[in-house]
Design a protein around this ligand. Structure first.
Ligand code: SF4
Ligand code: SF4
Ligand code: FES
Length: 472
């Protein structure tokens, strides 16, 4: 492999790699604004200046490819002065907003100013200000904070496949905005906030809810469809505040869709059923775990019983349900459900040209690999027990008695005779197999809400109730 030198360290590189990547491998972080590894290179912010031996002027590391024997200096006086000049220029119009800006604590402008800027400003002119357009439900715009890096414009054009962000006017009056001031249309708008290196484009959903440095971060996987995008759940005090994509070059690269990003909301919605309920003469009422478990156990002892299992459950949950079904009684039928139109992985496929898949549950292929068969038509049996992770779409059920085990809201569980609340994807561990066969791990970010219990524990309660009934 060819080699070059970064600050005196010898480092190997692949042909076509730029100096930002090569330096990183040598343990040297080069500050950037306009460069993003998932977007085209435009070299317009001039933050990534480096000195390259035998080149008379400073070079931009993002647009300079490493070459055999190249000698690169990232800490020379000329480089420091160049970066300082860039910072001074970028801050000419930037407001002193950090105390009230949602980006504070994770802002490239803040970090690069601290690391490479100067403590003094020489200008005393008034800063320009903008009146901002409404960009729709996902993004809040604040153009006073913009440094014109054009990452957002390139994200729209190159990744979201929609030319909706543009730069109008020029020079000091430049304005990054949407075409004709329209609202954003892409279903991937949250990424604008992730890639904006300043607080110009922030998430409306997250605004003023929590300072970035207070959040705990849990690396996990999105359950929103069979793509299995890697993401991070950011939470504090047992509340999820936001989800952001995690880099995985084989699956989602650096991105995620808005449906997946905001999917966590249902897990902490006040309509979620978090206590056991049982239907009696006066309708459904909160009941004890013991009573609901006993009612389900009695119903599944005899007659025609169907276990409906969601393809939104983990492999571990699905296996445990299958084992428990045969331990409870022979003849319990098990069928999967999840998507009205995509019941088998052979029917799954891309729902757009970016990330989304047709299967809106995260473990369709995993359930298939476990040998579970999909429900065809209506769910018809004397007793039906529905196990659900939270995303699987409930099929039409024709039964004398139905129980729900897992995550449901009040409306969804209205037709059930008994409900035992289970864990949502933010509250449990387990594995999901994505559409391409990658087995990935869900990680637990927050404690279960209310009285919710893991499926394994609920099955144990059912099995214990059965053995006690047998002894009596
Ligand atoms: S809004 Fe953000 S991403 Fe877009 S040009 Fe301005 S600073 Fe860059
Ligand atoms: S594409 Fe699918 S897995 Fe990826 S973020 Fe969206 S819903 Fe989640
Ligand atoms: S990061 Fe290289 S010029 Fe902007």
């Amino acid at each position: 492999m060819p080699k070059c030198f970064v600050d005196g360290k010898e480092v190997e590189f692949a042909l076509g790699e730029n100096l930002v990547k090569v330096a990183k491998r040598a343990g040297v972080e080069i500050p950037v604004f306009c460069y993003h590894p998932g977007l085209s290179v435009v070299a317009q912010c001039r933050m990534c200046y480096v000195e390259v031996e035998k080149m008379p002027k400073l070079q931009t590391a993002c647009s300079t490819m490493a070459a055999e024997g190249m000698v690169v200096k990232t800490q020379s006086e000329a480089v420091k002065k160049g970066r300082q000049g860039t910072m001074e220029f970028l801050l000419l119009n930037h407001p002193l907003d950090c105390p009230i800006c949602d980006k504070a604590g994770e802002c490239d402008l803040q970090d690069n100013s601290f690391g490479h800027g100067s403590a003094n400003m020489r200008h005393s002119e008034e800063r320009r200000t903008y009146v901002d357009v409404d960009m729709g439900s996902v993004i809040q715009k604040n153009m006073n904070r913009c440094i014109h890096c054009t990452r957002c414009i390139r994200f729209g054009d190159e990744i979201a496949g929609i030319h909706e962000m543009v730069a109008i006017k020029r020079g000091n009056n430049i304005d990054i905005t949407t075409i004709d001031g329209k609202q954003l249309k892409t279903e991937y708008a949250g990424n604008y906030s992730d890639i904006c290196p300043t607080g110009s484009l922030t998430l409306k959903d997250f605004r003023f809810k929590k300072r970035a440095w207070m959040l705990k971060k849990t690396a996990t996987v999105c359950e929103g469809c069979s793509k299995g995008c890697n993401m991070e759940i950011q939470h504090e005090g047992n509340v999820v505040y936001r989800c952001v994509p995690r880099e995985n070059l084989e699956i989602n690269k650096y991105w995620m869709c808005d449906e997946g990003r905001f999917n966590y909301r249902y897990t902490q919605d006040e309509t979620r059923v978090v206590d056991p309920t049982l239907r009696g003469a006066e309708g459904a009422k909160q009941a004890s775990w013991q009573d609901v478990v006993a009612s389900i156990e009695v119903k599944i002892r005899n007659g025609d019983v169907l276990f409906l299992v969601g393809t939104d459950l983990t492999n571990e949950e699905l296996s445990a349900i299958r084992e428990a079904a045969s331990a409870l009684r022979s003849g319990i039928k098990i069928r999967t459900f999840g998507n009205a139109d995509v019941t088998k992985s052979s029917e799954d496929g891309p729902a757009d040209n970016i990330l989304k898949m047709k299967s809106k549950t995260g473990n369709l292929l995993g359930a298939e690999k476990l040998g579970l068969e999909p429900l065809t038509g209506e769910a018809k049996a004397e007793t039906v027990v529905v196990f659900r992770g939270g995303r699987a779409v409930l099929p039409k059920i024709d039964s004398k008695w139905t129980a729900g085990i897992g995550v449901f809201n009040r409306e969804e569980s209205a037709g059930f005779d008994g409900v035992l609340p289970g864990l949502a994807f933010t509250e449990k561990e387990g594995t999901l197999v994505n559409h391409a066969g990658f087995e990935q791990r869900l990680a637990r970010a927050v404690r279960p809400r209310g009285g919710c219990k893991p499926v394994s524990e609920i099955l144990m309660l059912l099995l214990n109730t059965k053995s006690k009934a047998g002894q009596a």
